[in-house]
Ligand binder design. Structure first.
Ligand code: F6P
Length: 334
């Protein structure tokens, strides 16, 4: 369990809206459930907006209550559905969105999503002073201001389960596999997967990898009898499918790796207990944070405690890859 702040409520709301936006992530459903149940316990009406900001503009609204969110805890994806809405980058579109929220008497908006989605919420607050709260919902765990994000643990678990299977056939055929995982431009997902799956190597955008050097290392390991098969985890690094190109380069150097791009498989499935606990905690704390009179912040976790970070910082600052993660990977390679 996380360490929770002491909340003192200084304000009240009658109607708030919630939406999920950007790439979905396992755990969004238990977050929706926690938001609705907590809000309901304070007598707040909750409007669920379907399909993110795009659905807001189309007024795809549903009143949510305790009953409508029952049975959501173990379901992957997002009950509210999600979308990427490029149009929301335009000021005129946000004006339309604010007009719609006002027309429906919605006093605050809670957004679950990645940094692009949280940036939409921040702009709404900056331009119209409507209270907004963000929750980090992405398998990438690349959001500044939180150590963890809803869906990350499930995505790591799913990828590791896949690699365990690939490892069996890799062993049988004395082969190496390049397994490409998601994470957009951030390598943490790849690193956690590599450690948990016992991979031989990891290729991440934060560190330069030399394919000649990697091929030589594999050849050397084979020569020394250390490893005739194994896994190299490759972060997609914003170039989904690029491990095919890497394997071609390795082939030119005498290696014959196979490639497996895990892709969207990592975004689906039942959330792990860890993600459910995180989602339930952050959903609950988001409502308390709103009632505390805080706005334009993301509720996340820092060193095991629930924390709030201004959305301005969340969207302008970059999260670095922790040095100790790479150190651990390097030391486990010997
Ligand atoms: O941000 C989540 C994520 O799954 C990234 O890891 C990936 O790069 C991207 O979304 C894929 O987006 P889409 O589902 O739009 O192809």
């Amino acid at each position: 369990m996380y360490q929770l702040p002491q909340y003192s409520h200084i304000t009240s709301f009658s109607k708030v809206a919630i939406l999920t936006s950007g790439g979905d992530s396992p755990g969004m459903n238990p977050a929706i459930r926690a938001l609705v149940r907590t809000a309901t316990s304070f007598g707040i009406e909750v409007i669920g907006i379907h399909r993110g900001y795009a659905g807001l503009l189309n007024e795809e609204f549903e009143t949510l209550n305790s009953k409508s969110v029952s049975g959501l805890c173990h379901r992957g994806g997002t009950y509210l559905k999600s979308a990427r809405c490029l149009e929301f980058h335009e000021a005129a579109t946000r004006q339309r969105a604010f007009d719609i929220l006002s027309k429906h008497g919605i006093e605050a908006l809670i957004v679950i999503g990645g940094d692009g989605s949280l940036s939409g919420a921040h702009e709404l607050y900056q331009e119209f002073s409507i209270p907004v709260i963000g929750l980090p919902g992405t398998i990438d765990n690349d959001i500044y201001g939180t150590d963890d994000s809803i869906g990350f643990d499930t995505a790591v678990t799913t990828a590791v389960e896949g690699i365990d299977k690939i490892s069996d056939t890799a062993y049988s055929h004395d082969r190496h596999f390049l397994v490409e995982v998601m994470g957009r431009n951030y390598g943490l997902l790849a690193c956690h997967v590599a450690i948990a799956a016992g991979a031989e190597m990891v290729i991440v955008p934060e560190h330069q990898s030399d394919i000649t050097d990697i091929s030589q290392q594999l050849a050397q390991r084979r020569k020394e009898g250390i490893g005739s098969s194994g896994i190299i985890v490759v972060a997609e690094a914003g170039k989904s499918g690029w491990s095919n190109q890497l394997s071609e380069e390795m082939r030119q150097l005498g290696e014959d790796p196979r490639v497996c791009v895990l892709g969207h498989l990592q975004r689906g499935g039942k959330p792990t207990a860890h993600d459910r606990l995180l989602a339930a905690t952050l959903g609950n704390c988001a409502i308390h944070t709103l009632l505390e009179g805080k706005t334009d912040v993301m509720v996340g976790v820092t060193k095991g405690a629930v924390s709030t970070t201004p959305l301005e910082a969340v969207i302008t600052q970059k999260k670095g890859l922790p040095v100790e993660v790479m150190d651990l990977i390097n030391e486990l390679q010997h």
